[in-house]
Design a protein around this ligand. Structure first.
Ligand SMILES: [Zn+2]
Length: 198
């Protein structure tokens, strides 16, 4: 199970126990801080004991290559899980460097990038807190994830909103509420078979 942030921990714990599946997550700007997390610094130390924080961390699960980038655009100077574009660009670069081990071993960098905020210009808005990150666009161009799934953007009318956008090799999915994503492994990695709100 993947979680894109801003979901209460008791809810995540409930779903994890219901599905009996491991949890991989990134933090959202409304998340409560666990342990050590400071404004402007990545939250690798902010970890739920019953889940895996994907922020800046490549993880392989059953042949699926995962990694994440937490938080949204900075709109409050002293809150964690918020970053300027420059801070995020640096973090995306760091994650990209760590993904070279995958590239050498598997021939690809990453299958699913889990983020809280959307990429700039895709499912985002014009107010600063809801502007997406430019650096996610360059990350998708250079590292070619099959999927980028994000949260953060509320959808009030699901019929009118665009929930999925193809960008280069990456299907960008807004997970507002929840989505069930079906994947199939083939020689080149993974193919997305279906996504549905269920
Ligand atoms: Zn958010």
């Amino acid at each position: 199970m993947l979680a894109c942030g801003d979901l209460p921990y008791y809810y995540l714990e409930y779903v994890v126990s219901l599905l009996d599946a491991p949890l991989f997550y990134v933090h959202g700007n409304h998340d409560q801080v666990i342990g050590r997390a400071m404004a402007g610094f990545p939250s690798e130390g902010s970890t739920i004991s019953w889940g895996t924080n994907l922020h800046l961390r490549p993880v392989e699960h059953r042949g699926l290559l995962l990694g994440g980038l937490e938080g949204c655009r900075r709109y409050s100077p002293d809150r964690p899980f918020q970053y300027t574009e420059t801070e995020m660009r640096w973090q995306a670069t760091q994650l990209g460097l760590k993904l070279w081990a995958n590239r050498l071993r598997h021939g690809r960098f990453i299958d699913i990038l889990v983020t809280h905020a959307p990429p700039r210009g895709i499912h985002d808005d014009e107010d600063v807190p809801h502007q997406g990150f430019e650096s996610y666009l360059s990350f998708m161009r250079s590292h070619r994830p099959r999927l980028l799934i994000h949260g953060h953007q509320h959808v009030y009318n699901r019929n009118a909103a665009t929930m999925e956008t193809q960008f280069e090799d990456t299907l960008v999915v807004n997970t507002y509420g929840y989505r069930v994503i079906e994947l199939e492994q083939d020689k080149g990695g993974w193919q997305v078979i279906s996504t549905r709100a269920a």
